[in-house]
Design a protein around this ligand. Structure first.
Ligand SMILES: *Cc1c(COP(=O)(O)O)cnc(C)c1O
Length: 339
């Protein structure tokens, strides 16, 4: 791995040595299998291909200053995959199998875990696919759980910086009582058109409103939304938001820092009262928002004029990242070591 520039890696796919697979057949999960192939063999009538019976997860492994490998809250990802599975009738994978697969795939690809100094990490992508052939709309009988990894660069290449997001009412990523609370590929397919449009106009993301009334803030395409007002951490509650593990962790850290936490419907009008606003998720941890442009109402909410992030966002970002890389004490037992 001598010729890899670890700190310049994109958030993209790079081939690694191995992936780990587990098949569900005849009503039960089989043994974990190690594969060096990037290809899966799949029936053309598999339910994941035409009825979207697919869920995924995303987490990271970090190499610390001490050289040790840490994975952040993987039990939460395992449980969320189970909740996604109940949502679209996939076979549920036991938490222990999920964790064993993550440990195995990280260990087997140890040479791809970027060095501490690079600020990069190893992205871990678990997927669960409906594999059995069906033509009628029914859940499959067979499933494949697969985990691959790929090294990814630091999210903030030019330093921790805020960027603008936009509100567009003509698109929703999820239906009011649909699949917004689970991590399924279909939500992402639904968000591609709006996302591309936003990127073309120079926005980092679309900030979605609640799909039922368009009165409340939901979340950004692939990240939750939170705001800071005085000593309060405010994050939306809704039937169409994906429960972010990063948000859950930031809520705990905010409480530890003496903040009051409010998780409740957040009306759009409240945007003008916040001191700071940000997106949060595994990829960036915290991505501060400089400005929210409401493109339908011709309105802007400004959180940063000088290109600098808010102080609380920065503090939360440093704290959580510090825990993930082992620079800060892990007081809540969030980290697992891979040995
Ligand atoms: C994955 C995801 C997030 C972020 O969740 P984390 O567990 O923090 O990575 C937020 N919103 C959506 C829609 C997601 O799919």
């Amino acid at each position: 791995m001598e010729n890899v520039n670890w700190s310049e890696l994109p958030f993209g796919y790079m081939k690694t040595d191995y992936n780990v697979r587990c098949y569900y057949r005849d009503g039960k999960w089989g043994e974990l299998e190690v594969s060096s192939s990037e290809i899966i063999n799949i029936h053309m009538a598999a339910t994941c291909l035409h009825y979207g019976q697919e869920a995924f997860e995303g987490l990271k492994a970090y190499r610390g200053r001490d050289g040790k490998i840490r994975v952040f809250r993987m039990d939460e990802n395992a449980k969320r995959l189970q909740s996604s599975s109940r949502g679209i009738m996939l076979a549920e994978l036991p938490v222990t199998v999920f964790e064993e697969a993550v440990r195995k795939v990280v260990k087997l690809n140890e040479r791809f875990i970027p060095p501490y100094e690079s600020g990069s990490s190893l992205y871990i992508r678990p997927l669960l696919l409906g594999m059995g052939a069906q033509v009628g709309v029914k859940p499959a009988n067979d499933y494949l759980f697969l985990v691959f990894v790929t090294p990814v660069g630091p999210y903030f290449k030019g330093g921790f910086k805020p960027s603008p997001v936009c509100i567009m009412r003509e698109y929703d990523r999820a239906a009011p009582l649909g699949t917004g609370t689970i991590k399924v590929g279909g939500n992402y397919a639904a968000s591609l058109v709006a996302g591309e449009k936003a990127h073309k106009e120079g926005y980092a993301a679309v900030l979605y409103l609640d799909p039922k009334e368009k009165k409340y803030i939901d979340e950004c395409g692939p990240a939750n939304f939170f705001a800071i007002r005085g000593k309060t951490y405010i994050t939306p509650e809704s039937h169409s938001i994906l429960p972010s593990i990063t948000n859950k962790s930031l809520i705990q850290l905010a409480k530890d820092m003496g903040f009051t936490v409010e998780r409740r419907p957040v009306p759009i009008e409240e945007l003008s009262t916040f001191d700071e606003a940000a997106e949060c998720g595994t990829a960036a941890v915290v991505a501060p928002i400089s400005r929210i442009d409401d493109l339908d109402e011709n309105n802007s909410y400004i959180y940063s004029k000088d290109g600098k992030p808010g102080a609380v966002c920065e503090q939360l970002y440093n704290k959580l990242r510090g825990i993930q890389y082992g620079d800060e004490p892990d007081l809540h037992n969030w980290v697992s070591f891979i040995e």
